[in-house]
Ligand binder design. Structure first.
Ligand code: THU
Length: 161
């Protein structure tokens, strides 16, 4: 038996003023979009922005439904819309902002990590993830891999001998 460990890297910023101008503006745009969240059941507003190459920005918010499982998280609304309208553009960043927050930001759910991982593996370049919740600190992950270690990779099932 061997005890093994993995390390996950991320950056923490105290305020948005410590970020680059680009990231500051992306968070601002994502935050301004929170009002478009349709979340009458949870009252938990989430907004997401996908930055594609060529500076294309696609926004999404969580969309709920009286039949609860029919709703969808903001990140998946945003990324599915981005890839539906610009299928050949690489994803550079995903910003996820929630209205409520504490000291540290909320993390995306497992299904959203998996959905984002599909595109990261496919495009063969990392997707940066930026998280901010209310007045929380900001967390920046260089790659979806840091949020979803040991991910399921389709390459393994597609391999033919
Ligand atoms: N939600 C998101 O939009 N993204 C996540 O990663 C986690 C949760 C939404 C789903 C639901 O509308 C509300 O937040 C409460 O779970």
């Amino acid at each position: 038996m061997i005890d093994k460990k993995i390390e996950i890297k991320y950056k923490e910023y105290d305020t948005i003023n410590d970020l680059s101008n680009l990231d500051f503006n992306l968070i601002k745009l994502t935050h301004e979009n929170l009002g478009n969240s349709y979340s009458p059941y949870s009252q938990f507003k989430v907004s997401s922005l996908i930055l594609l190459e060529d500076n294309i920005k696609v926004l999404g918010t969580n969309q709920e439904n009286a039949a609860y499982p029919s709703g969808l998280c903001a990140e998946r609304v945003a990324v599915f819309s981005a890839k539906s309208t610009h299928p050949n553009k690489k994803i550079e960043k995903v910003i996820i902002v929630t209205e409520q927050g504490h000291e540290f930001p909320f993390s995306p759910c497992g299904s959203c990590r998996q959905a984002l991982m599909e595109y990261e593996l496919n495009q063969k370049s990392p997707i940066e993830v930026i998280l901010k919740s209310g007045n929380s600190k900001i967390w920046v992950f260089e790659s979806i891999k840091d949020l979803l270690p040991f991910a399921f990779e389709a390459e393994d099932i597609l391999k033919k001998e």
